[in-house]
Design a binder for this molecule. Structure first.
Ligand code: FCB
Length: 469
């Protein structure tokens, strides 16, 4: 934990032309089911919490929904060709649980399984390895109706689903990620309510976090029993810096680091919740939902940890009592988040490549040795499709270049970083922001579903082939 003034001076100038990655380094792109698939009523798919949420007026910017999204459900062959053009070795995508088990339990929906089976075969035909995420936020609505992630049973249902679908795809899919960003599922979903299911119950968010972790642990066990080869989880991590070195600001940073990063890293990789986090939360949450043996289950050995990185948090101790409104920061609502006034993306996220270097080296130093992958990194900018059919997204190219270089610095210091997935292959449904934020290497015209490789995509294709900048 360095204060902002210290960390600014650690930025090094690197000769980017010298940036090379190890042989066999994984280059990929990532997407998620609800963000790209569309076809929400087809082939027996049931509703997910995101269908319900997106169709609730006022929840999504512009009233957008994932009903059609990128129509990837029908256009996946074209999208696989685009991936081949990009020269990627791996494609990270998620399975829509409600396509596979519309009720969230029991019998599998054959047509849903078949879609993913065809997708996997299509990827393999083009020499692209499928990298499956089991859960990227689209919980079957019937499970939310039964209590959602704050209910322990959801963890059991998740493990059952994991085993059932691995049984169908495991012969062709080597890499299995249980959850994507459980922080978002728990805190955006149940504390601030800006994501589905939109509940604002701070203590329930902590129960959700625990049952997500438990579901992960139970799923790892179930997958291993079936002989799964590579099993891991993806977390979204942020460096959290105090704005000054004052004890109060440092304490604010410690609290947010606990609620953002360590609440997941420590149970997963050390088998316990951090004592300081439990103490911070004691006034608002009792942890009586944690049963004997849960933490050992959660602490199951992993083959890899996926890290999603976008930006850094800079915080200061609150100077006045927090307003009584729902936030993500249960028990630490008074902490203030500080903007540094540095360049930012269209999400309003400050561009901070050093933060990626710090995150990777921190995980390695404090929790390693463990193979790491950057499972998401990328940026939204206000792209424009020019009359000549090009998208001149130099800002995105530069963003990625600086983050690739930061990852390479971590590698050079011995971090076992095995690969890098750019978010995202396609412009897509960006959750509460709908279609207003474009992250793709490929531009999507939502009227016609026409795909256009952006300049950043052309550049990325050179990187994947040269395995360096
Ligand atoms: C991450 C999500 C991903 C995408 C990016 C921008 O938090 O995992 O689905 O929305 O942010």
């Amino acid at each position: 934990m360095t204060s902002v003034n210290q960390s600014a001076s650690t930025a090094t100038s690197q000769d980017l032309s010298q940036v090379r990655f190890p042989e066999g380094f994984v280059w990929g792109t990532a997407t998620a089911s609800y963000q790209v698939e569309g076809a929400v009523h087809e082939d027996g798919r049931g509703p997910s919490i995101w269908d319900t949420f997106a169709h609730t007026p006022g929840r999504i910017l512009g009233g957008d929904t994932g009903d059609i999204a990128d129509d990837h459900y029908h256009r996946y062959p074209e999208d696989i060709s685009l991936m081949a053009d990009l020269g990627i070795t791996h494609y990270r995508f998620s399975l829509a649980w409600p396509r596979i088990q519309p009720e969230g339990r029991g019998q599998l929906n054959a047509a849903g399984v078949d879609f993913y089976s065809r997708l996997v075969d299509g990827l393999l035909e083009r020499g692209i390895q499928p990298w499956v995420t089991l859960y990227h936020w689209d919980l079957p609505q019937p499970l939310e109706d039964a209590g959602g992630w704050p209910a322990r049973d959801t963890a059991e249902r998740f493990a059952e689903y994991a085993a059932a679908i691995h049984d169908r795809l495991g012969d062709r899919v080597p890499d299995w990620t249980t959850l994507n960003e459980p922080w978002c599922s728990a805190f955006l979903g149940y504390a601030s309510g800006v994501h589905a299911p939109g509940r604002t119950e701070g203590p329930a968010a902590l129960r959700a976090a625990h049952h997500l972790l438990l579901g992960h642990g139970l799923a790892v066990r179930a997958l291993r029993e079936q002989g799964a080869r590579d099993v891991g989880i993806t977390v979204n991590l942020y460096p959290v810096d105090p704005v000054t070195d004052s004890p109060a600001d440092r304490d604010a940073a410690r609290r947010i680091d606990g609620l953002m990063n360590r609440v997941f890293l420590e149970p997963l990789l050390r088998g316990s919740y951090p004592d300081d986090l439990l103490a911070d939360l004691a006034p608002v949450v009792d942890f009586d939902h944690v049963r004997d043996g849960d933490l050992a289950t959660i602490n199951a050995p992993l083959d890899f940890l996926g890290v999603n990185y976008y930006t850094r948090h800079v915080v200061r101790a609150g100077t006045r009592p927090a307003e009584p409104r729902p936030t993500n920061w249960v028990g630490s609502e008074d902490v203030e988040f500080v903007r540094r006034g540095i360049p930012q993306t269209a999400m309003g996220w400050e561009i901070d490549p050093d933060g990626l270097y710090e995150t990777l080296t921190r995980v390695w130093r404090e929790y390693g040795p463990l193979p790491l992958y950057v499972t998401e990194n990328g940026a939204a900018f206000d792209d424009r499709l020019d009359a000549d059919g090009r998208v001149r997204d130099e800002d995105r190219r530069s963003y990625l270049e600086r983050h690739f270089a930061a990852a390479q610095r971590a590698l050079a210091e011995g971090v076992d970083l095995r690969g890098y997935f750019v978010w995202s292959l396609l412009d897509n449904f960006e959750w509460a922001f709908g279609y207003s934020r474009r992250f793709g290497l490929v531009h999507v015209d939502y009227e016609t579903q026409a795909r256009t490789l952006k300049d950043s995509g052309r550049w990325f294709a050179e990187i994947t082939r040269a395995n360096g900048l």
